[in-house]
Write a protein that binds this ligand. Structure first.
Ligand SMILES: [Zn+2]
Length: 165
């Protein structure tokens, strides 16, 4: 492969944000069957997350290992135009980090599922781990907060248990 034409380069760029990829559909079908409800491709959020679960304050990115430069067997920098590709992957990774940070600051949990984690031998374990993580997040975000003293019930939990002098 020689130098890329602008057209080829553009195709590469547009692949990165592509929707409805097979790995993404695997995750979506799983979540739906498990009873999770979500929105897809929410453009109002940084990075247009693949899946948004508002009740869980969570966004999920289903990332292709090649384009997002995952540290795994599926990712290998092409042997031609190496400098071009290395710069490109570095930019993609920097952008991912920036987007995750922004979402985190907005109060979202950011979960990343990698394409290689959805391949046959690991797929079920990955999906089950995802469900477990969502359940944990739900507990974290919906735990009953102690009510301030004097607001209805006698005392807030915890205070009542303190030893008396
Ligand atoms: Zn990978």
């Amino acid at each position: 492969m020689d130098k890329m034409t602008p057209e080829q380069r553009h195709r590469c760029m547009s692949r990165i944000g592509s929707r409805n990829t097979r790995p993404e559909m695997i995750v979506r079908r799983w979540l739906w069957r498990q009873g999770f409800r979500y929105r897809v491709g929410v453009k109002s959020l940084p990075g247009t997350p693949d899946i948004v679960l508002r009740r869980y304050s969570t966004v999920i990115f289903v990332n292709g290992c090649f384009w997002h430069g995952h540290d795994c067997e599926k990712f290998r920098v092409p042997s031609t135009n190496t400098a071009f590709w290395e710069a490109k992957f570095a930019r993609n990774q920097a952008r991912d980090r920036r987007v995750y940070k922004q979402l985190h600051e907005m109060g979202y949990y950011v979960l990343v599922v990698w394409e290689c984690q959805l391949e046959a031998p690991r797929r079920l374990a990955t999906l089950q781990a995802l469900s477990t993580r969502l359940a944990e997040i739900y507990l974290d975000t919906h735990q009953a907060k102690p009510r301030p003293y004097g607001d209805g019930d006698a005392v807030a939990p915890g205070i009542a248990a303190e030893p008396q002098e």
